[in-house]
Design a protein around this ligand. Structure first.
Ligand SMILES: [Zn+2]
Length: 414
């Protein structure tokens, strides 16, 4: 078992975990007991204390969950679990593609069962304690079932196609697989907002009234179709407010959480909408999709190369190389690369958020309204106002809210 690949995979995994933990610990130490001045008008001392408690609780919970995951993976790996599972699935005597599918299904079900207690604890203990949780056990179970159905309907054909391509596609298989995965992700951008998200939330066109009028005026000026603006019933799960932009072309949608709509004045809601329109106008969904397509190409190219290395399979206790086992082993071996790319992706996303903020300032002429909206939102969501820069560098898809508020209030276009 112990060879170069074993050492590379194990040490890479440990380094990635350690970097994550260092980020979390620095983030805890950066919690500053003094409320930033900018937020004095929306937070009282109690809100601020609760937001810090919430960050602490979530961090501890996240650390326990990630330690548990790591322990399970290492125990399974070092006890020869992969080799054992490979023999079990081979003993069924199915072809390579179906054998692979069974291999993935067993791993996915096992992982799902192990993760379930953490998911339940996260929703019904952590979120509950801070008054965020509105999910009933029924909603929770329905979400699980629907999520599973989507995963099976979309994931199984994708997996079969992937395994078959690498099994029978020859040297160029990774290029075909890349093309297929890229096509799939573009199709998903269209299907997700119109077919999949509505399974989980009800999308309602805005009701007539002051908000719709104000949005109509803005949407006309910014040339965004009003029929793409919806309110969604986020309140069936959480009290947290949010908004997002998704899809492209005809499937593009802006969703405002009902929790947001209920609590913010119209001016702030239009400002939030303007930020989301900014994501559309600046083609952020397209850019992010292209970025992940390039990333996927890099992974698939490396996967094709590594699949030839018998040493990689030996490192995980598997004697006979196979495409399906390779998927798992390459994913573990490339964890450090994945970390680097996710840091790059987060930086790109923070850049897009800044652009969407300045778009909102330019098109509404009012940076202060979006700033006020963000402040109210961070208070209601108990956001961490003082994240550590290293933690932001590793994880944040948005710039820290204090930085955004400063930029918005000074009307700076970045
Ligand atoms: Zn945004």
């Amino acid at each position: 078992m112990i060879n170069g690949y074993f050492i590379a995979a194990l040490s890479g995994l440990m380094v990635v975990e350690a970097i994550g933990w260092i980020g979390e610990l620095l983030n805890l130490r950066a919690l500053d007991p003094t409320l930033p001045d900018k937020f004095a008008d929306v937070y009282d001392a109690g809100d601020y204390r609760r937001s810090q408690d919430y960050t602490r609780t979530r961090t501890r919970f996240g650390l326990v969950a990630s330690l548990f995951d790591l322990a399970v993976l290492l125990a399974f790996w070092l006890a020869g679990g992969f080799g054992w599972l490979d023999e079990v699935v081979r003993s069924f005597g199915l072809g390579p593609v179906w054998t692979g599918l069974v291999f993935f299904l067993i791993l996915a079900v096992a992982k799902g069962i192990l993760d379930l207690p953490f998911q339940i604890w996260g929703v019904f203990v952590v979120e509950e304690k801070y008054g965020f949780n509105l999910s009933s056990p029924r909603t929770f179970v329905l979400d699980l079932v629907k999520g599973l159905m989507v995963a099976v309907v979309l994931g199984v054909p994708l997996m079969i196609g992937f395994l078959a391509l690498f099994e029978y596609g020859g040297d160029a298989a990774w290029i075909y697989a890349w093309a297929a995965v890229v096509a799939f992700s573009f199709v998903m951008q269209i299907l997700a907002p119109t077919l999949i998200m509505p399974l989980f939330n009800k999308f309602t066109p805005l009701e007539d009234g002051e908000l719709k009028e104000a949005i109509l005026v803005y949407a006309r000026r910014a040339d965004f179709p009003l029929k793409g603006v919806f309110s969604i019933d986020a309140s069936r799960r959480t009290t947290k407010g949010n908004a997002f932009f998704t899809g492209f072309g005809k499937s593009k949608r802006i969703a405002l959480f009902d929790t947001l709509v209920q609590r913010h004045p119209v001016g702030e809601l239009v400002a939030v909408l303007a930020h989301e329109v900014g994501h559309y106008k600046k083609r952020h969904v397209l850019i992010a999709t292209v970025f992940s397509a390039l990333e996927m190409g890099l992974f698939l190219g490396l996967f094709a190369l590594l699949l030839e290395q018998a040493g990689l399979f030996q490192a995980f206790g598997v004697d006979e190389p196979s495409v399906y086992a390779g998927v798992i082993f390459v994913a573990i071996l490339l964890r450090p690369l994945e970390l680097v790319l996710s840091i790059g992706g987060a930086a790109l996303s923070r850049r897009h958020e800044r652009q969407a903020d300045s778009f909102a300032v330019t098109t509404t002429g009012r940076g202060d309204l979006l700033a006020a909206g963000l402040k109210r939102l961070s208070r209601d969501n108990l956001s961490n106002l003082t994240p550590h820069p290293f933690f932001v560098f590793l994880n944040y898809s948005h710039p820290p809210v204090l930085e955004r508020v400063r930029a918005l209030e000074s009307g700076r276009s970045t």
